[in-house]
Design a protein around this ligand. Sequence first.
Ligand code: EPU
Length: 335
Amino acid sequence: MLRFKEEVSLKPYNTFGIEAYTKYFYKVTNTSSLKEIVAKNQSLPFRIIGGGSNVLFTENFEGLTLLIANKGIEVLKETTDTVLVEVQAGENWHDFVCWSLDQNYGGIENLALIPGSVGAAPIQNIGAYGVELTSVFKSCKVFNVNTLEEEIIEKKDCEFDYRSSIFKTHQKGNYIITSVCFELQKSPHKIKITYGALKTKFENTRPSIQEVARAVIEIRESKLPDPKILGNSGSFFKNPLISKLHYEKLTKKYLELPYYTSPNGMYKIPAAWLIDQLGFKGTHLGGAAVHEKQALVIVNTGNAKGKDILALANKIQSAVKLAYDIKLELEVNIL
Ligand code: EPU
C-alpha cells in the first residue's frame, strides 16, 4: 500500500524557492510503483516534478505531485569509440556530467552546471555553449499514463528543437520519462568550442573535456545566480526567432542588434539584449527582480510569490512587444 504525504510545501522542490502547497505528494524512487500510483488514482489530477528548475508555482495544487527520484547510472554497451549509458530520471544532471568527466566520456561537458534532473533534460532539450542534449540523446524509457505501459521512445520520434520536444508540445502530460539513454564519446573527443566565450578562451589550443567543463562552469558562475543563494530558473524566456525582414527593419533603429543565424533562414535574437536595452536589469516588482548580471534571468529576492515573478515577466513581455514588435515566449513552465 503506497501512502501519500498530505499538504506538502513545494518550496524545497523548486529552484525559485517559491512557497506553494500540494494536497498530496509522493516521492517515486522506483518505477514499478508508478504504475500502481497512476492506475489507482485516475480521478486525481497529478503533476510530475524533477529538479524543479524549470517551473514557476503560481498557486497551490489540489492534486497529487509526483517527485521523480529514481537513481542509477549503467553502461549498457561499449565500442572502441563510444559508450551507451542509461541514466535514471531522478539523477541530478550536473552529477551525471561530473560522472562522465570522471570516466573521460565526452559529449556533455558544455552542459555542465545546468540545474535540473536527467529526466527533465529531454523535455526542453537543454542546451548551452553550442551543444544541445539532442546531440548525445539515443532514446528514453517512458511510462505512458494513458495505457499504463512502459515504452521506449527513440530520438527520431522526440521532435527535438530549440528548447522543445514532443514532451513539451503535443504529447505534454502523456508520458513520464523514467530513464534516458545517451551515447557518449571515448577519447579522442570531439571538442566544441565555437561558442563566443569558449572560442576566445581556447584560441589556438585543444582543451580536454575537463578543461571545457571548467570553463563553462566559470562562465555560468560569473553570469548566472546560484539558485541555492538567489532563487531562479535560469533563462526565463526563449531567444526569439524573427524573419530577415523583421531583423533588417530593427537593425536600422538598433545598429548593434546581435543575432545568430538559424538553419531555416530565421534570425535568433538574444532576448537578454532586448530586455537589457530597455533598462530592466535590477528592476523589482514585489519580491521579483531582473538579475543584475543577466537580463534573461528573473530572481526571487527573498519572499517572492509566483505571481510577482509572472507579473514582472508579463511587464517585460509587453515592453519588448512595444519596442521591437517581438513576442517573447516563456521558457519556464507556469503551474
Ligand atoms: N546580453 C545582454 N545583456 C545581458 C545578457 C546578455 O545584452 O544581460 C547579450 C550578450 O552580450 C550576448 C547575448 O546577449 O550578445 C547572448 O548572451 P549569452 O551568451 O549570455 O546567452 P543567452 O542568449 O542570454 C543562452 C541560453 C542559456 C545558455 C547560454 C549559453 C536561452 C534562452 N538561453 O542565453 O541557457 O546558458 O545561451 O549558451 O537559449 C537556460 O536555458 O536556462 C540558459 C541559461
